[in-house]
Design a protein. Structure first.
Lengths: 461, 461
């Protein structure tokens, strides 16, 4: 509880701050930001654009036919905005195909057949046209796997049953903790002699949705298939193993790793009127997993990035710096778009001063996660009061995003839009990541938050 | 951007603050709050309780058979928690019944029949067993109605087509602006000689859901029926009127206003160990509208209030003050529960020091809206940093809620839990306000926020 001396000092300090970031600026900026939110909420087009991307194009795994449709769609959308230039940036990408059949059945002495809700992990090998059969061992933690001798793992199927931790407030933290089980499960299990790996889907819900996602192999280690089962099936499998240590599975996957091929990042920019060589980048990724529609991941980010460019024109905002929208390819299984983009940027000696990625779902924007110098973080925090009327409060040092990550060079400030994360992993990488599960207003508020930040950076940096 | 002198002064000030609200307290409190969130997220029961309330009891309009089932359910739930006392508080309530048939059709020269998605407004009279027919006049604003002469309104049906304003960030502000059209539409239209009133549903979505809600009559003014149509039907009706000024409607409603009857608030309390006469109240309302399941409105608030009492026991927290949970009856169409409760409190000279209402949906908690003295507001704001790790940032002077409103006496501090509001009016008072549309984590986070605030008030006030 403040005493009066403290109150007065605080008041004087606030006066001091407003001299740094002048009152005139604040008024002008708050009016502009209000116009941006009005435009997004009253005339917003991102929800309709998301409908087109989800329903007309559909899911769009890198190198799939739909991914090229998505590229054409994104290019057309940016071209319609009459920017200064729109182009495709070629990149070499991996080409993984799921195949027709994916099936995983469990059986034990009590349950002759349990058919699970499953999905191959992205990048997995298939089962060579055969049904892979074997006994299954449940592992809750790497340490349990490491403690086992190779003989007892040999030719077994490892079930990595690591649930996400519900106590973590940011669901991304919980995802981060479990992600390595999906990424490295096949490598670690294979090193022990296992012939396949099953993971519990990375979600906080108890339901029947299987969630895919990328997995990796290591040179010199046998490639074994990887598959995810729904959380309810994970409970079932665990129960069956407890009942009967001889619980076995049958698995069939037809996935294939094909030779690398060519795809594209889609780029559009509006040249700066004063400092065209200073680039402010916004973007999300155009590719998605091949189940669901990639609505939150990352259709939302794609349409929010396009919307920012649209609003710039409709609000007649002429940026001082160059504003560039990048719809990245291949975030999900290789990040070749992000890496390729950064390579071009370096080769052409481009000066990116700021990059903002939106790839955490189309939910109510809560703030920004800033990967930059302490000074950059402080400078951005100074804008916080401008966002508070829009219930955007979170300004903290953190992480930008996968796509913009390769741009990191100690100078460019990388920022991630932080939406409310509570529902994200209900949908993420699953059949339920569809347009119907994205709320129009939440999506629009995100686009307004992005443009507001871009505007402030363009004007004040 | 801070200069170093400012930084030092701020640092000293922060030191100063922590002397007021001591470092020891802060550490202790932050540990307790962490335990509360852990309990809610790991062992939370409110989502399961909400399932029971929505699926076993269902919607529960005041004085309906299900409302008495809800009372029995709420009482049982509180009794299971082994509180110090649980009781029912009798109150006289209005008794409105919807009846079987509600239908509203439009027709004009181009469209012989358009059957709308409609719902009688709560409290409306019916159409006397007949079909009410007439021409319809569209009104966008009170001023348009007032500008019309009585002759041209006589025997017409008034269509109040006032959409909620999407530009307002808090959807409650937009609802507030439009609410009077639903509340007073029948009175104002009747005064002009109209024979029925149609309102556009209060929602920000374009869909086919009709949204009900309370409407009022005035003594001495003819009671005319009131009905809401979905936003898509509102577009349709508006278009038809533009095509043809002779657009007419047929309406049939079987609602009835029956004599007042008796119902109950459900109350449970844990007596304070040090100051039992100081009461901290938490609550939501047990009644709901009779379409959907009242899951967000206010099943969420009911189960969050019960959950707070449960967590107090499971975390072995012995409150210093008396913590009382009130499940109010009749918030939706009369607030007799809220008024009755306050009357008892006054008669028995009870000392409520703090009351927290949760009745804005089971969404991610964003903060608290505080209706209290400036000192109370400042005192609560001091707790803000304890909530920031849970992404709860909003602490501002505002409004508590309908149920606790009648307690206001210049001394008790009234507080409303503020969840994210973006999706609330997608569901509010409509058939889609069902359990499936409430996210488990969001609901649980709200319950943890409530108990955390109650804990801080109990300990520090």
């Amino acid at each position: 509880m403040l005493n009066s001396v403290q109150s007065i000092v605080i008041f004087l300090l606030l006066l001091g701050f407003s001299k740094n970031y002048s009152q005139t600026n604040h008024q002008e900026d708050s009016l502009m930001i209000r116009s941006i939110f009005d435009e997004a909420l009253i005339k917003g087009q991102c929800h309709q654009n998301l409908y087109e991307l989800c329903k007309d194009v559909g899911h769009r795994l890198t190198a799939s036919p739909a991914s090229y449709e998505a590229i054409a769609w994104g290019k057309k959308k940016l071209e319609e905005l009459k920017l200064d230039s729109v182009w495709l940036q070629p990149i070499t990408v991996p080409h993984w195909v799921r195949g027709e059949i994916e099936r995983l059945d469990f059986s034990n002495k009590n349950t002759p057949l349990h058919v699970s809700h499953c999905t191959a992990l992205g990048g997995s090998v298939g089962t060579d046209g055969k049904v892979l059969e074997g006994n299954v061992i449940e592992i809750r933690d790497w340490s349990e796997l490491e403690a086992m001798d190779d003989k007892s793992v040999k030719n077994k199927i490892i079930f990595l049953n690591k649930p996400m931790n519900p106590a973590l407030i940011s669901t991304f933290s919980a995802y981060g903790e479990c992600g390595e089980y999906r990424h490295y499960g096949a490598i670690k299990a294979s090193k022990k002699g296992a012939k396949a790996v099953i993971i519990r889907s990375l979600t906080l819900r108890d339901d029947l949705n299987p969630h895919t996602g990328s997995m990796q192999y290591e040179d010199g280690v046998d490639k074994i298939p990887g598959i995810a089962i729904s959380s309810k099936d994970a409970y079932q499998l665990s129960r069956m193993i407890q009942e009967d240590a001889q619980t076995s599975i049958k698995m069939k996957l037809e996935c294939q790793i094909l030779p690398d091929t060519i795809s594209y990042n889609v780029i559009g920019e509006k040249r700066g009127s004063e400092n065209p060589d200073e680039i402010i980048l916004i973007g999300g990724h155009l590719d998605s997993w091949d189940i669901g529609e990639g609505a939150h991941d990352d259709g939302a980010g794609v349409v929010q990035s396009i919307e920012t460019m649209r609003m710039m024109t409709s609000l007649k905002y002429a940026p001082k710096k160059t504003i560039r929208c990048v719809l990245y390819m291949n975030e999900e299984n290789g990040n070749r778009g992000g890496k390729g983009y950064a390579k071009y940027a370096e080769e052409y000696d481009e000066n990116h001063i700021f990059a903002l990625e939106t790839d955490r779902g189309g939910f109510s924007p809560r703030g920004f996660s800033i990967d930059g110098t302490s000074e950059q973080v402080e400078n951005i925090k100074q804008f916080q009061t401008l966002f508070n009327p829009y219930f955007i409060h979170l300004f903290e040092k953190g992480y930008g995003g996968v796509d913009i990550g390769p741009l990191k060079n100690g100078k460019v400030c990388l920022v991630g839009l932080v939406p409310d994360s509570q529902r994200y992993f209900d949908f993420h990488h699953s059949p339920s990541d569809v347009w119907e599960n994205v709320n129009k207003r939440e999506l629009e508020l995100g686009s307004a938050a992005i443009f507001s930040m871009v505007y402030l950076i363009d004007k004040h940096w």
